[in-house]
Design a protein around this ligand. Sequence first.
Ligand code: C2E
Ligand code: CA
Ligand code: CA
Length: 858
Amino acid sequence: MDTTAATPSDAKRHTPITRRLVVAVGGLFVLGVLVAVVALFNIAQKLDTEDVRKTHFYIERALDNRITASKNYIASYAYWTTAYDHLNGEVDVQWAYAEQNMGKTLFTNDDFEGVFVIDRERTKYAVVRGQHVQAEATAYMDTPLADLMDQLQAQADLTTPAIRYTLFEGWPAAVTASVILPNDERPRVAPEGTSVLLFVDQLTPVKLRKLGKSYGLTELTLVKDTALGPGQAAVPLDSTGYSLVSRLERPGQQLLWSLLPPLGGALLILALLTAYFFRYAMRTARQVDASYDSLEKSKQALEASEERFRAVVEAASDWIWEIDSQQHITYLSGRFNTVTGFSDQQWLGQDIEQLLYCDTTPIALWLGKLVEDQNASNLRCSYRDHSGQLRFCRVSARPIYDKAVVTGYRGTASDITDEVAAHAQVQHLSLHDALTGLPNRNKLARHLDDALVAKEHAAPLALLMVDLDNFKPINDSLGHPAGDAVLLEVAQRLRDSTREQDLVARLGGDEFVVVLSGVEHSAEIDRFCARLIDSLQQPIHYETHSLHIGASIGIAVSRRQGYVPSELIRCADIALYQAKSEGKKTWCYFVSHMNDQIQHRRQLESDLRQAVKNNEFILHFQPRYKVDGSEIVAVEALVRWQHPTQGLLGPDAFIPLAEQTDLIVPLSRWVLREACQTALTWPGALMVSVNLSPAQFERSDVVEDVRQVLIETHFPASRLELEITENVMLNDVNGALQVMNALKELGVRLNMDDFGTGYSSLGYLRTYPFDGIKIDKRFIASMSNSSNDRAVVQAIINLGKAMGLTVTAEGVETLAQLGSLGSDECHEVQGYFLSRPIDKQAFANLLLSGQSLPRTGS
Ligand code: C2E
Ligand code: CA
Ligand code: CA
């Protein structure tokens, strides 16, 4: 708004736009009314003017006719030889009055108030109101008669009468004058010598009323010129000072009078209404103006938000559609083309269900529901776009009404393809294993829930828990890419071995589950397991390696182990444990006594915990001799558990369990400390050997543990030997190397235990800081069976020696074995043949009895 020309008060408050509008509308209305009224008055005035003109015309006509009548009448008297003979010269009163040739009848019948015969000198004959009088005509009227005579006598045609208006006895009258002439053939009379006949027709009210009547003039009267009102239809009567008037009809005024009261009433009502409207409009206008102010303020914000909205709409992938009651598409917005790639022409007129598909409900049904429930939710539909790609959209709709009848629907379709894809991906990730793409534990749980929900009525199923043998070593020695390749190949083989209706899931690590649907008989399951194990046994080629793995399977069957998914998994797991313990590459069905074993295991675990607290362990000691048996070079500490009810238990009964729990850590520390403390009691500086568990390496800081014990017991590190199996290195190649180097730095000896049973040997030997190796007792046991096995032992001895390691043969049970080892130049020997593991006291006794080769042990 421009305020530059505004007064200060205006400037303070502009007339707001809405109020101006209201005022303008009101003004226009008033103007309209005014124009109408003016037009009405104008018409009325025109009518009245016309009325005046007409009245004037008719008055003139009436007067003219009267005059013409008078002229004709007087002519009949004046242009008459008899009258000339009796009136010209001396008037024959006898003839004129007495004989009534020009007597009273002119008054009584013809209404002439005066009849005069005059000449230039005098009035020769006078009849006033029918009475013959001796009087001058001028006594009755003020018309200059000489002029009249001059006019008459000067005419070419003397017979033509003349007319004068005059006051006769004070009242206007028309005086008709004519020269008295003979109408026979006598010679022409000299005009100067003629007399003049005057007929005076006084314009009395009675005569005028009569005259007016015959011309449709009401109240034709005479009015003094001085009393004339404006706009009157007045015909002036020369110098009489009077005019002829007639009452005007005044049709305009009549019109006004007839129209104005109802018009006025109507206007009044209208005015009231207008006032009301005005007040209301002004109030509304004020409100609107008030909001206009804030509107003005928020306009910028609005514009900004509109801008944003437009941007959103542009960016949005919504398109708008309309269909008729037959579901035929009648409209598609511009974005339809952008989003779908189709032109709208391709789809207009087609059934919308040809375009969109909803897998949960027919679209028609959903649309129908919208009529009842305006708040019905949106519908997720799918369609194939122009390039044939499956897309998804969220469809909203509103019925279109025409007089309460639904004539169609209109709505939007928001493209949610990305959303659906993202959702599907999240869904997939949450239900699948990222590496192999196999279903994971969650999906397995869902699958089992669905498959077992009908309980006894459900189709039977077999749940196979599959665990890979030898997987960890591959993963650790060749790295995770190799492990991943193996898992991928295994996943593929599992898939290939199963049918469509079966499920293969990976639970993590090298654990898989196969759910066989509709299967319950052992023969069938056995066939499957055999096939599966055979398939998994086939070497897996990874880079240059040919990797060999196997599998163990534990089986639970729904018809026997029930319909609780978690219970089925637990049972298969127990069976797997059994299968593994029975020797790998086999399968085991769950049987209830396995539950007892599990129960037993649980009991053992709690007992073991108790044992660690109660110090229920003891050490037995088994000496190691020089191969010639001349002296004890070291002694191995072997742990035993004095079980409160089960008696003395060997390490195989509880070490694996301890390794599976964190109990291995305190147990190992106890062994280490006990071994060192005991060794301190021995005479001399006999070396003590302590076994380390691979689990220890994972669960505690072995180096720190050893250091602590050495410090606490003040046992010389040089007298401590640690026996470590290859498994330690298999689990974490680099980590194990670091730990072993650190152990070596403590000053202890390292012996590789159970050499030959592990995965690979030679590489480790070179890399790791071992001082010696212990050939596993299985090689020693088999040595006497075949020359081939002996050759293996020989080769190991030679290898160890070549690497500068002390080679020990363990499990020496016979003299023959001892002999062979001796001739093969093995360094040291250990075994029942030399000494069984014996308790502390027995070993102390042994030492006291001398270090010679005993024939018997504990
Ligand atoms: P290992 O380290 O190989 O120990 C030698 C095992 O062979 C001992 O069994 C021993 O009694 C047995 N043995 C010795 N000579 C002969 C023989 O001539 N013939 C036969 N058949 N066996 C013989 P043990 O004491 O039952 O120990 C079994 C395993 O338990 C040990 O195998 C070792 O790996 C583990 N172990 C024993 N004590 C401990 C310990 O304190 N800590 C850890 N981590 N493991 C231990
Ligand atoms: Ca050992
Ligand atoms: Ca061993």
